[in-house]
Ligand binder design. Structure first.
Ligand code: ZN
Length: 193
């Protein structure tokens, strides 16, 4: 299993590289890496395991964060309405188009590779269209995908694809979000009320 020792941090040169396309069909090593990435996210969100191994909870991880400079990302999160689970292992993902409208996470972003508190917000596209391949870890099939996603999950995917382009979120924070609507999390707001 992967632990925080396997996650490289801000300042490591691999995080600044452009990741390479993954060769298809996938090598056994790449398949194993993808499975480990998803296992890490599951473990990190399982309280008993994350406490025992001191894992920071994560909703996404990109292969460069475990020092593998290849275009592979794992996503494990529900949308902001907590209605739909997005459990995805994406290979060679690419944003092929996006909305003009932007959005942002009202609390700012975080990253397994960034250990400090970062001031500022990250402007993201409100909607994106993603093409690439989805790896099914049970059947080991690699299926071409072309999907649209918006809001919170879209932000998570944009954050992870940034890792494939050598970009860390502290490099793109801004203070100015005038006229831009943040992602709204209706359930959390209900709890606060
Ligand atoms: Zn990150």
């Amino acid at each position: 299993m992967l632990t925080m020792k396997d996650v490289i941090r801000e300042g490591h040169p691999t995080l600044a590289l452009r990741a390479k396309d993954v060769k298809i069909p996938l090598s056994e090593h790449d398949k194993k890496t993808l499975k480990l990435m998803m296992e890490f996210l599951i473990n990190s969100q399982t309280p008993e395991i994350s406490e025992e191994y001191e894992l920071r909870p994560g909703v996404g991880i990109a292969a460069p964060q475990i020092n593998i400079s290849k275009k592979m990302i794992a996503i494990l999160t529900t949308d902001e309405k907590d209605e739909k689970l997005y459990k995805m292992l994406l290979v060679n993902p690419k944003i092929v188009s996006h909305s003009v409208k932007k959005t942002y996470l009202p609390g700012g972003e975080g990253c397994l590779s960034v250990d400090r508190e970062v001031e500022g917000l990250v402007l993201r596209h409100k909607k994106i269209r993603v093409k690439g391949f989805s790896f099914n870890e049970i059947t080991e099939e690699l299926i071409p995908v072309d999907f649209r996603v918006e809001g919170y999950v879209g932000i998570v995917i944009q954050h992870e694809i940034d890792h494939l382009n050598g970009i860390l979120f502290p490099e793109i924070v801004t203070e100015n979000v005038d006229g831009i609507d943040p992602v709204v999390f209706p359930i959390q707001e209900d709890i606060e009320e």
